[in-house]
Design a protein around this ligand. Sequence first.
Ligand SMILES: [Zn+2]
Length: 432
Amino acid sequence: MKEKVQKCLDEMSIKTIELGRKLFETPELGFKEFKTREILIKDLKEAGFEIERTFARTGFSVSLGSGHPHIGLIAELDAIPTLGHPQADLNDQSAAHTCAHSTQCAIMTSVIKALKEVNVTEFDGKITLFFTPAEEFTDMAFRRELISKGEIAYPAGKIQMLHEGIFDDVDLCLHLHAMGNDEYRFASDSHLAGFIYKKFTFVGKASHAAVLPHLGVNALNAFTLFQSAAGMLRETFVDEDKNRFHGIVTEGGQTVNSIPERVVYEGYVRSFNTSNMKLLSDKLTHAAKHCAEALGAECIVEDTPGYLPFKPCHELSLAVEENMLHFCQPKEILHDEKSVAAGDIGDLGLFVPTIQFGYGGVGGVIHGKNMFIEDEERLYIESAKVTAMTVIDLLQHPDKTKRILESFTPQMTKEEYFNYLNSKSMKNSTHY
Ligand SMILES: [Zn+2]
């Protein structure tokens, strides 16, 4: 069957590449992926699929077979703002597919079509392809509005899907993501960091900057003092955790002729270690409040949970690697990468054995205005073959699949997870 599925993917390669191009030219930000959904539904309906479920505003799923093992395939729908990209949507914050999520959708669509074609349902088990919205943590004003209208409860696609119970019946998930690194053909067992989004509002008192500075309290000075303190905290960062603290000033003052009344700094704390990430976040809050106080100002800190660190299921990675080796040498696979990037796949991986393998074929810089699809054949067709062949292995060898499932221990209960998301400090945030 693995031979047959490869042949089938070769035969449909022109259609897959065309679909990929069309999606790449239709970039939409998270929870707005309506045109993208329409393109995909049309393609899947032509291949005889019906929509099984809809969720998280723009998300939907199609499936094959029934029962267990239940294998989830994940394809992300959304684009990211990228100034100056040739395919950017100028009507909505220059949204462009510079993270190549469009390619995930084309690849996974071809995978499920090919699996149907080769009658994978002769084995016991179910395959569900989940099209998931809003992976990029961006466009927050819009998402806040959706939350206040009650359309969604959480600002990221997979978190919302966990909230809706969409993955409850799924045994394991296969996900893939384009790599920025072109030295390797594939990446396996890749980890991601987690992050907390922090917003610091320094509040001082305005007065004439030249005539009455002694009557003001300078919020920009309070922020500057905090930047020094944050820099000093960096020596406490644990190397293995790969902690990062970075951000931008989104409001630097009101007018140059007045002592700044309000300064806003927004940033991320990133880490591979969930408990240290929370500790570090609290240290920064503490430093900001006391730096402000030292100069007679005030600081309001709002935390929003971003994503939790992603830990891949090692046994499942090994199953995928076997199939990568049909297309490359062992040294062409990047192993055990610890990327400080983050994704909401991290939250899903807490509960379900999940992997996100990396595939090449992208040119330029990921998230950059020069990013483009360089090698369509390799990117779309090879990655689809690796995924489809792995699904066949998992269904054909239930014992092996059982061992993979047994090797997995959930890192949190759902209750602990939602308590973390809704915890007191996080609840004061801008989003919840
Ligand atoms: Zn991405």
